[in-house]
Design a protein around this ligand. Sequence first.
Ligand SMILES: [Mg+2]
Length: 356
Amino acid sequence: MLSIRAALSRASVPRAFSRPLSTAVKPIAIAFDIDGVLKHGEHVLPEAHRAIQMLEGKNPWNRRVPYIFVTNGGGQSEDVRAQRLSKDLGVTVDPRQVVLSHTVMQSLVGSYGDKPVLMLGGPDLPPGSSRAVLEGYGFKHVYTAHDLHAYAPPSWPYADPKPEQEAALRRVDFSQVNFAAILVFHDSREWGRDIQLAVDILRSRDGIFGTVLTNEELKQRPPIPVFFSHADLLWGNEHNVARLGQRAFRIALEAVFNRVTDNAPFEAITFGKPENVTYEYAAGLLKNFAGSDPTVWMIGDNPASDIHGANDYGWSSALVRTGVFRDVEGPPAHKPTFIADNVEQAISEILKREWS
Ligand SMILES: [Mg+2]
């Protein structure tokens, strides 16, 4: 556990690529949540354009304000997401302004970059695209559930390996591979298979697929860690009722593992909001962009993730009424600095509070 924490604290951040036009006023910086703040699903909120323009310098002080995007979304590279945001918002968004749920997994490269890791979750199509994101971070030996299933089809006998994955498979002798960690890159697309394969690796001898330790032996050795990219229990899409998120997958995996192993140690670390490690990473980015230690404001629609994390990390925050939070449900469980009708009003209020 200690070594992982130490690795995280050494997380490197890119150097400044933009600076405020002037340092004459108190430096501030903004961290935006995306969905429910700037967008509703595919729809970009009209206030979002005006809010971004204010940060680009169209404000009474003619000052530019550095900003980044911090989302529990993911499953694609920061480059792809930045291109999408550029199109949505009508400004050039640099990939280094984008913190996806799994972006902070880059901080694990020092510990696991040269070791085999099992990646679970993330989009299956195009084949190999999820693995490519982790490889882009610097992980050199990333294997997937598809690789293991194709290597040993009876390991998940209730479905056949998927033919469309064939071209992207890594065909290696898994009896020679020592998995050092499991990375849940994004939400699992096939819980049953992924829980089975994760439990297999967690119970294995030295991380070798197809081997198994006794429960007594498992309790004697350090557990193989599992890293989750975010901890949302529920999330919303076009369906009428909220869908199960990655936290639900973790609960299921942990429960099965505990039952099968009679409570052998289970070591898990979660990234994403509201985890401190994500805010620490984001704060590092904003410090570089601002050129000094700015006062950071988080703008979000979800008290349980955006505001909770901001409060824990000591940031100010604005909760907007355009997403998850609704006044009719009572005061937010995590209290923001103030509540605004939308993101434009939030930015305008922040500039007034900080600079007037
Ligand atoms: Mg949101």
